[in-house]
Ligand binder design. Structure first.
Ligand SMILES: Nc1ncnc2c1ncn2[C@@H]1O[C@H](COP(=O)(O)OP(=O)(O)O)[C@@H](O)[C@H]1O
Ligand SMILES: [Mg+2]
Length: 397
């Protein structure tokens, strides 16, 4: 290779290494390869992981007849792909009489040959084919063969790398979707159970409580002396049961969250759960007159719930500050306690869901989550949850 070619080769290798997507890798590399190899045109077929078919993945300078009709001549079987699949393209570089070119350029028999470089993975599996249309009447010398072989190797390595990368990204996106679906299903299930409990068990207990009162009011003298204290006991038990049901309903999914939104739900939660536990709570809200989407409200509520539960359970805190700051396009929630704090870098001694769950909930709505803590310094969490404008809504449900 001449000095100029070495430079092009270096640039090519660099751009292949930097590419993050298949498109970037191929679109960046193929024109340079065509130039470097002194070819007229070039194209790359890649094996589809699912169907095993070889599909056109990139092309440069294709002769016009091959471009026409949405490049339909570039689909389907051809000799080189057939030979590749039959294991006949054994050389690093092969010269193939191409049927596509024969049909597309019937008047130019000297342009029917292309070089085919099988693209092999590290494990030796064929992942694709790089074809270069040789210049009319040109033939391949030793130096050209070496260049093509090296190019084929560079491309194969890069393709495999970005394919693995894209696969990992897809897998991660699928996991995200799955987690989101699971969380949504969990919230729906909680809402349904809460509703059922309220509508059925709750109604029965309410009716029972009323009937006991009615019964007691209509007891005769003699009966009153005999069973009034028993009835009182049943009444107390019924009322306790009813209270338990209300608490369960609330813990499953507070109806106020769906009906009146985040701030109202958090305010109720402070009154029912935090203040009775002896916590001094300051709730500060700003700009919260409109409702955000249900996903964001749920995420914000569950994050506040987890952070404050942590403060109650672990922090030995006496004061809690909860902030809800809703802007045009996002809501930021922050919870700070004045407790013992902890080392956030220390490896967890057991698998827990709380801190990771808060981060996951924030990230699932494309938000961010920050945990700030140190021994003796108290703990603060901040979650910023954006919502796209079309998902914003008035206080409508
Ligand atoms: N506000 C806090 N103050 C002190 N320590 C905390 C606080 N929040 C979390 N931690 C520590 O981090 C650990 C993990 O929290 P988390 O993931 O919520 O799990 P869990 O609450 O089930 O223990 C807790 O066990 C506790 O040691
Ligand atoms: Mg926890």
């Amino acid at each position: 290779m001449q000095a100029g070619k070495t430079e092009v080769f270096r640039i090519l290798a660099q751009s292949l290494n930097r590419a993050a997507t298949l498109r970037e890798a191929l679109d960046g590399a193929l024109p340079r390869i065509v130039e470097l190899a002194g070819a007229e045109a070039g194209w790359i077929f890649l094996r589809d992981g699912e169907t095993d078919d070889f599909l056109l993945a990139a092309d440069v300078n294709l002769p016009v007849p091959l471009l026409m009709g949405g490049k339909h001549r570039m689909t389907g079987e051809c000799r080189c792909l057939q030979m590749l699949q039959d294991g006949q393209l054994t050389q690093a570089v092969n010269v193939v009489e191409c049927r596509r070119l024969e049909q597309a350029l019937p008047a130019s028999p000297q342009r029917h040959r292309h070089a085919s470089v099988p693209l092999r993975s590290h494990a030796g599996d064929v992942i694709g084919l790089l074809n270069l249309l040789l210049p009319a009447g040109g033939s391949l010398g030793r130096a050209d063969l070496d260049v093509l072989e090296a190019l084929g190797h560079e491309v194969a390595v890069a393709v495999q790398r970005v394919q693995l990368f894209e696969e990992a990204r897809h897998r991660e996106a699928r996991m995200r979707q799955l987690t989101q679906r699971l969380l949504t299903a969990q919230e729906d299930e909680r809402r349904r159970i809460a509703q059922d409990l309220h509508d059925h068990a709750g109604q029965v207990m309410s009716a029972l409580s009323m009937q006991l009162r009615h019964l007691r009011a209509h007891l005769g003298e003699a009966e009153r002396a005999r069973i009034a204290s028993e009835l009182d006991r049943f009444g107390t038990m019924t009322d306790q049961g009813l209270e338990e049901i209300h608490k369960l309903v609330y813990d499953l999914r507070p109806p106020v969250l769906d009906e009146y939104g985040l701030v109202a739900a958090v305010r109720a939660y402070v009154h029912s759960h935090l203040q009775p536990a002896g916590m001094h709570v300051e709730l500060k809200t700003a700009g919260t007159e409109s409702r955000c989407s249900r996903d964001v409200e749920t995420a914000a509520y569950r994050i506040i719930q987890e952070a404050t539960t942590n403060a109650l359970r672990h922090a030995e805190a006496t004061r809690l500050e909860i902030r809800i700051d809703q802007r045009q396009d996002s809501v930021t929630v922050a919870v700070r306690d004045n407790g013992i704090g902890f080392d956030t870098k220390a490896a967890p001694t057991r698998a827990t869901l709380g801190l990771d769950g808060m981060r996951e909930r924030a990230e699932l709505v494309s938000g961010t989550f920050q945990l700030i803590s140190a021994p003796g310094q108290g703990t603060t969490i901040v979650a910023r949850l954006p919502f796209p404008p079309q998902r914003r809504r008035r206080n409508e449900r």
